[in-house]
Write a protein that binds this ligand. Structure first.
Ligand code: PSU
Ligand code: MN
Length: 313
């Protein structure tokens, strides 16, 4: 503690290549770690973590996977650290509000969309690629479970590329909340809001943008307008030939929700529970659709980061 009683801001540990890229204003893409640690089955998750970083590199950008390790917030992980995130069963799930207690306790955890978006923006990263956002859970009127992702994106100037919100959620209610919170939503090459495992959630989206340059233009307009430091959600559908069969989706999701209810699964555990249930009971088909969505999102995030950095040049 300094003499005036204030505590110095905890330093973000940037990987060397991320620090270097940010200093050169070269393209950087933030990646979350919860999807690796809690959203995908082992050992596939480690291969996916590496593959996502490679997709970013192949597009000419630098990957910045975010996690908290031994009380230190990391933006950009080395090989061993990526391995630890994928393999350490003790890693917690850290949303934005969990960061301070985790830092103070010297704890380790994977960051959700809210935790990742916060730390990435702190580091000066503008583009983030993920799977599906958290949102309003079904049955909200009795449990009031709304992901902290929404509140954080209302207050953080970052562009999040996702395949919509996870279809395990109440999608129309989540879209309403994004509207209330002032979070911009654009469909990438579509006027339909994607449904994570599904190409179309059944809901429309008001704005359609057709290129990475077009997204960068929206980001520049956000900055020129000023005002609330809200995010931009780029909703990028999984290709139709890679989506989960919609009938299978609806049937197994209904079973999953009933199982969660029966087992009393709530709070932070519910999202990983439902994702794992779907993977098991679709014999891996939901996992393949999930991965196809994430790969596409990360590739698009990298293209946007490249377009954004060439605008700044
Ligand atoms: N998208 C995926 N898999 C995931 C998640 C998103 O494809 O595991 C994670 C994200 O980290 C998101 C979190 O922030 O689920 C939301 O959890 P909750 O509903 O507890 O806020
Ligand atoms: Mn929740």
């Amino acid at each position: 503690m300094s003499t005036d009683g204030s505590v110095p801001a905890p330093a973000l540990a940037l990987s060397e290549e991320v620090a270097d890229a940010l200093a050169r204003r070269a393209p950087v893409v933030a990646l979350e770690s919860t999807i690796i640690a809690h959203g995908l089955p082992r050992p596939r998750n480690l291969r996916v973590a590496r593959e996502l970083e490679q997709i970013v590199r192949d597009a000419g950008a630098v990957p910045a996977t975010v996690a908290v390790l031994d009380g230190v917030p990391h933006v950009g992980l080395d090989k061993d650290q990526v391995e630890r995130v994928a393999e350490d069963p003790a890693l917690r799930k850290l949303g934005f509000r969990d960061l301070a207690p985790a830092l103070a306790a010297g704890a380790s955890g994977a960051t959700t969309v809210s935790g990742t978006a916060f730390l990435a923006a702190r580091a000066g990263i503008r583009v983030f690629g993920t799977g599906g956002l958290g949102g309003v859970h079904r049955g909200w009127t009795s449990v009031q479970d709304e992901s902290a992702d929404l509140r954080l994106l209302a207050a953080t100037r970052i562009t999040v590329v996702c395949a919509g919100v996870k279809s395990i959620l109440d999608v129309p209610a989540t879209l309403q909340r994004l509207e209330t919170l002032g979070v911009g939503v654009v469909g990438y090459g579509t006027d339909r809001f994607p449904g994570f495992y599904l190409t179309d959630s059944g809901e429309p989206v008001d704005w359609t943008v057709a290129s990475a340059d077009g997204i960068a233009a929206v980001m520049a307009a956000q900055d020129a307008l000023g005002g609330l430091e809200s995010a931009l959600v780029v909703a990028n559908p999984v290709p139709r030939e890679r989506q989960l069969d919609p009938d299978l989706h609806d049937r197994v999701l209904a079973e999953a929700l009933a199982a969660a209810d029966r087992d009393g699964v709530t709070g932070q555990a519910i999202t990983p529970f439902l994702l794992a249930y779907l993977t098991e009971h679709t014999r891996g088909a939901s996992l393949e659709a999930n991965l196809a969505a994430v790969r596409g999102n990360v590739a698009l995030a990298a293209a946007i980061a490249v377009a954004w950095s060439s605008r700044a040049a």
